[in-house]
Design a protein around this ligand. Structure first.
Ligand SMILES: [Zn+2]
Length: 431
């Protein structure tokens, strides 16, 4: 008997919801869940002023770290309750490894993606969960480059007294139609996915396992074209404010065969010299200049690298190279490079692979791989490098983050609110 095989995958969506032309002013872009883009508004942000670091010896009880605002979109109250419980237990797993001094607020949804968001199975793929930070905040790193930090991390590093935070730190949505296993159910079926595994994976994205490097629609790998957000016509004028990167990107390293390793962050400056920062010009004119620049060839090469095995890594503060996913061909936005390499699937760092592992519970996966938690040693190093404090380790605050007065915050939504990213993609495609 032939059965339809759907490959449940994790997809990291990068969707802009910046509705207005970028200006030199400081704006936070806020929206209220679940109405998403429909209620997007710009809110003036006062520049952040970082207080002296919090007392990092303060550590919340793990049970008090993740606070969850839960929305269940299905009528099965029992299933809703089971899902709700998992959001808490998945948070506890992370909080048993990472030391949090400030709670992490999660807006979690459990619903039928196809029915509610018209996000139905396609190409044998079935989306089981999505998540991102609810807000990214520009901060100046110790190398004086402004990068975007997930709100949850900003709070842990030293609470700016006048930050205008989003209500939530993490937005997460999960598909109730996935074949899910809940702890306490009968033994897990061969094609079932442990919901706690899925939620824990997505939480990690929300905490900052999140590159801005991506293919934004033209088979080119670029940092985030922030300046295109909200633009609706190629004839529209933009002010080129530069491509931007996240704190995760700071540690991404490219290793092309036969060449010395290069930090991906070094390329961003090249992207930002296509025209001088602050130049106002039409989108179509910008693209012409981009196409005629050396950076265009670089973008093409980087996309090739992103589908070539063993070319991109996250290098942690102790110089451990964690391979990122570059085996998917063609490049898959939301799966490629924002997960770890598939080779980690058979070890204790299985959690952040792009493809979910069926037929085994999260607890059994940890035991099978001789791990001590759902977060493997490499993943813990990644989170520590981003700036989180790790239980049992001396406090680390590696980046000496400085205030940035010239940038703005970016908020993210899920792929059912695709307007923002579609605008960017369509703009690129029609040029
Ligand atoms: Zn993922």
């Amino acid at each position: 008997m032939k059965s339809l095989s759907l490959l449940p995958i994790f997809i990291l969506t990068i969707n802009l919801i910046i509705p207005e032309k970028i200006s030199a002013n400081n704006y936070c872009h806020q929206y209220s869940y679940p109405s998403g883009l429909k209620n997007t508004k710009n809110v003036k942000c006062d520049p952040l002023v970082l207080e002296p670091p919090l007392d990092l010896s303060v550590s919340l009880e793990s049970n008090n770290v993740f606070t969850v605002d839960f929305h269940c979109g299905i009528s099965d109250a029992n299933l809703c309750q089971k899902a709700h419980d998992v959001f808490k237990s998945a948070g506890n797993r992370i909080a048993s490894v990472i030391k949090f001094n400030t709670p992490v607020k999660v807006n979690a949804t459990f619903t039928d993606f196809c029915k509610e968001f018209n996000q139905c199975p396609y190409d044998n793929q079935f989306l089981i969960g999505e998540a991102s930070a609810a807000q990214f905040i520009p901060m100046k790193d110790s190398d004086r480059i402004v990068r975007y930090y997930p709100q949850a991390l900003v709070k842990q590093l030293g609470n700016p007294n006048n930050a205008q935070y989003n209500d939530y730190d993490i937005l997460a949505a999960f598909n109730s139609q996935a074949n899910l296993y809940f702890k306490g159910d009968l033994p897990i079926g061969n094609e079932q996915y442990d919901f706690e595994y899925v939620v824990t994976h997505e939480y990690i994205h929300g905490l900052g396992f999140f590159p801005y490097w991506n293919d934004y629609g033209k088979n080119l790998l670029t940092p985030y074209p922030d300046f295109l957000a909200g633009v609706t016509s190629v004839n529209q004028e933009i002010t080129f404010t530069g491509f931007v990167e996240t704190v995760f990107d700071r540690y991404m390293v490219l290793t092309e065969p036969g060449k010395a390793s290069q930090k991906m962050t070094q390329f961003v400056g090249e992207f930002n010299s296509i025209v001088p920062i602050g130049t106002t010009l039409k989108v179509s004119d910008f693209y012409s200049k981009y196409q005629n620049s050396q950076v265009f060839g670089l973008s093409e090469q980087l996309l090739k690298d992103a589908i070539t095995p063993n070319t991109m890594s996250f290098v942690t503060s102790d110089n451990t190279s964690v391979l990122l996913e570059t085996k998917i061909n063609p490049y898959a936005p939301g799966s490629s490079i924002c997960h770890v390499d598939t080779s980690y699937g058979n070890g204790s760092d299985f959690l952040m692979g792009f493809s979910a592992i069926p037929g085994i519970s999260l607890d059994d996966l940890v035991a099978k791989n001789h791990g001590t938690s759902a977060l493997g040693p490499n993943l813990i190093k990644v989170l520590g490098t981003l700036g989180y404090s790790i239980n049992g380790q001396s406090n680390n605050q590696p980046n000496n983050i400085q205030k940035d007065n010239s940038s703005r915050s970016i908020k993210y939504s899920f792929s059912y609110n695709t307007i923002g990213v579609l605008v960017v993609i369509i703009l690129w495609q029609i040029i």
